[in-house]
Design a protein. Structure first.
Length: 257
């Protein structure tokens, strides 16, 4: 006689409805506990990629300066009120034209994984690659360069006191000079009140983007990258440069504090 019971003699036990509901409840609780953790891990990974992008840009800025007698890439926009940036008929950004070759012409480095294709008011967070015209396509860009570095803006060059710095050797605090930042929308930024206001407007084009779990990344003049909350960014050092509607933070944007 076989020591094992026949299949027909085995006791069968099916899940009851209560057991099924308890199992589902446990699975739901575990999922609720895991989802925030997974999201946090993914967000940290995206923030790390953004930091890597900015560090690559920092290396390109330093390489350009080394090849150009210590000069910063050209900050500012083309068009009205600006010195010529590119050959006539092109729609370029000076600093991008300057550092693009040092990045192996990889446009992906300007894409933050947490960046949006448009601002809250619908402006495109995009720019054209060097040497392109208005008829050429736009590509995503989620970072803005300090327009007071080797600026092409005539107004900044003509003001007294001087509101621009052209070379690394002229910067008082490289480690405190913001070169490139996470931005909501724009390719450049200035030391305007609107950029540092405690309550930024959704329509503002130069707004620091705290898109990494409430923090934004900043490339500094010494090549380091760190993150700040919007409140920390808005609390950047004040100075005494009166302009229009109030005090500006131009000196912070020149590392002169």
């Amino acid at each position: 006689m076989s020591p094992f019971p026949r299949f027909s003699e085995c006791e069968h036990h099916a899940f009851t409805l209560i057991e099924m509901l308890i199992t589902l409840a446990i699975v739901a609780i575990l999922a609720a506990l895991l989802v925030p953790t997974v999201r946090s891990v993914l967000s940290r990974g995206k923030a790390a990629k953004c930091v890597s992008n900015l560090r690559q840009i920092g290396v390109a800025v330093a390489a350009y300066a080394a090849d150009n007698n210590g000069a910063f890439p050209r900050g500012g926009w083309g068009g009205s009120g600006a010195l010529p940036l590119d050959p006539p008929g092109t729609d370029g950004v000076g600093w991008l034209t300057d550092i693009f070759p040092y990045l192996g012409e990889q446009r992906e480095v300007f894409i933050c994984p947490e960046g949006k294709s448009t601002s809250p008011t619908g402006q495109k967070s995009w720019m054209r690659m060097p040497g392109k015209t208005m008829s050429d396509p736009l590509y995503p860009s989620h970072y803005a360069y300090n327009a007071q570095l080797n600026t092409n803006r005539i107004s900044l060059r003509s003001n007294t006191p001087t509101l621009h710095v052209d070379r690394l050797a002229s910067v008082r605090r490289l480690s405190g000079l913001p070169v490139m930042i996470d931005i909501v929308f724009q390719s450049n930024f200035l030391g305007y009140d609107s950029l540092f206001t405690p309550s930024p407007s959704a329509t503002g084009s130069q707004v620091f983007a705290d898109r990494h779990m409430g923090r934004g990344n900043i490339l500094w003049g010494d090549g380091s990258v760190s993150s700040m909350t919007y409140g920390e960014w808005a609390a950047a050092p004040e100075e005494r440069v009166p302009s229009g509607g109030g005090w500006k933070k131009y000196k912070f944007c020149m590392g002169d504090y």
